[in-house]
Design a binder for this molecule. Structure first.
Ligand SMILES: [Fe+2]
Length: 437
């Protein structure tokens, strides 16, 4: 088998896996649930479904394949920039059966294109990039659809085994030494434009939490009156917490002296050892201030994840260069919650930091911008149009992120008020000169 044949098989396996997940997420609810809007923040699931097919058609059938359009008449309907999520239910969308037929027809053509594409010779197809971009796009929408499931009201329709048990992780924080390291990538075949290029970044010495902040620790902040104490909040955060108003993480509810959390239609006592999830940037920042700490910058996060002090090089993943297995991280919707801290000892970084990949997206204090040397590829709407102070960077992926759509260099971004995403955080602090040696 040649390298290209092997790559073709890998691409095909990723496409199949993504479609199985899409089929699960759209097949586990009835047609009424598919076409209705479960939250103003989200599209109807049937919009995501046909949009997945439409992006696949645009890039792989028409662009890479040079084939005739399947349905050019619907391009406008499924252009995410033309219609805000809140307005999508009013559009003359394809119905569930039509949408399924459409994505199936596109996929058949894509397998045909994959058979004949040389997968080399142009930047768009080298290493299977365009196919990888479409695999990631589908998986990203699958994570978005999983968030829609979380917002859906009604009996549980998704099922998964509980995550593995937690375990002690040693000291609560880890010292990251001062100095340069290599951030970003110029070599990952499927890395998106905003992860490029690889470049030297520098940090002073700092401490970062060994694990994400847990429910138990976050509940202390809630019970200490954190949401009512102006001192812990930024100006924008305080305005938001008062106006909304926010009193606890989304999907938490108090009954007597106990906290409960509702996830995917099931309400259960809060697991004290799982990372807190469904908190916005402002809540993360307020907790950190209350705890006498701060959020890590994006540079700090990536250094904690990738820097190997023994060799001075940056690893592909916290644990090394090999792709994630089930032992390394809680990814891919295998479980329907973050795993308790310490559940993935095999995923620890060279510096001793746990659960950087999977479980919860982690808010960083950094605004979303391109790295020095950033180049749009292959379209500005993937990330460049979002650069600026409106969005904060999140890192590491969640239990709902697929391994094809997360890397140690992968950058996600969102508004600082967003809570429907599977986001939590960990804290950091500066190291004093005495601590730095
Ligand atoms: Fe999209």
């Amino acid at each position: 088998m040649t390298g290209i044949e092997r790559l073709r098989d890998e691409v095909a396996a990723h496409l199949v896996r993504a479609r199985e997940r899409t089929t699960l997420l759209t097949g586990s609810v009835d047609d009424h649930d598919l076409v209705r809007q479960h939250s103003k923040l989200m599209s109807p699931l049937v919009w995501d479904l046909a949009h997945i097919g439409n992006q696949e058609e645009l890039w792989l059938v028409r662009d890479v394949g040079g084939r005739e359009p399947v349905r050019s008449d619907i391009d406008e309907l499924y252009d995410a920039f033309k219609h805000a999520r809140a307005n999508r239910p009013e559009l003359p969308l394809l119905g569930p059966a039509e949408a399924r037929g459409y994505v199936g027809e596109v996929r058949d053509k894509v397998f045909d294109v994959l058979e004949t594409s040389p997968l080399e010779g142009s930047r768009l197809v080298d290493g299977g990039f365009a196919f990888g971009m479409i695999v990631q796009h589908e998986q990203q929408h699958d994570e978005t659809m999983l968030a829609t499931h979380q917002l859906r009201v009604g009996p549980a329709v998704l099922d998964a085994p509980p995550p593995p048990r937690g375990a002690p992780v040693g000291p609560a924080e880890v010292l990251v030494p001062a100095g340069p390291f290599t951030m970003g990538t110029s070599t990952e075949a499927w890395a998106l434009d905003n992860e490029r290029p690889a470049h030297q970044a520098h940090t002073d010495a700092f401490f970062i939490d060994t694990t994400p902040v847990t429910n138990a620790r976050y509940a202390e902040f809630v019970e200490d009156g954190g949401y009512a104490d102006r001192r812990w909040w930024s100006e924008a955060g305080w305005a938001h917490v008062v106006k909304t108003p926010l009193v606890a993480p989304r999907f938490w509810e108090r009954d007597g002296d106990r906290w409960y959390r509702t996830a995917f239609g099931t309400t259960a006592p809060l697991d004290p050892d799982q990372p807190v999830v469904h908190v916005c940037y402002h809540e993360a920042e307020a907790f950190a201030r209350w705890a006498g700490r701060r959020l890590p910058t994006e540079v700090e996060w990536e250094k904690a994840a990738r820097f190997d002090p023994a060799t001075g090089r940056s690893r592909r993943w916290p644990w090394g260069d090999e792709d994630p297995t089930e032992a390394h991280a809680n990814l891919g919707q295998r479980h329907l919650s973050p795993a308790p801290v310490g559940a993935y000892p095999a995923g620890v970084s060279a510096l001793g930091v746990h659960q950087l990949i999977g479980d919860v997206w982690e808010w960083t204090s950094t605004d979303f911008h391109g790295y020095g040397g950033f180049e749009v590829f292959p379209y500005a709407e993937y990330s460049q149009v979002f650069f600026g102070p409106d969005y904060k960077v999140l890192r590491g992926g969640s239990f709902g992120s697929d391994r094809s759509a997360v890397r140690s260099t992968f950058r996600n971004w969102d508004y600082p008020i967003r809570r429907q995403i599977f986001a939590g955080f960990r804290c950091a602090r500066d190291a004093s000169p005495e601590e730095s040696v």
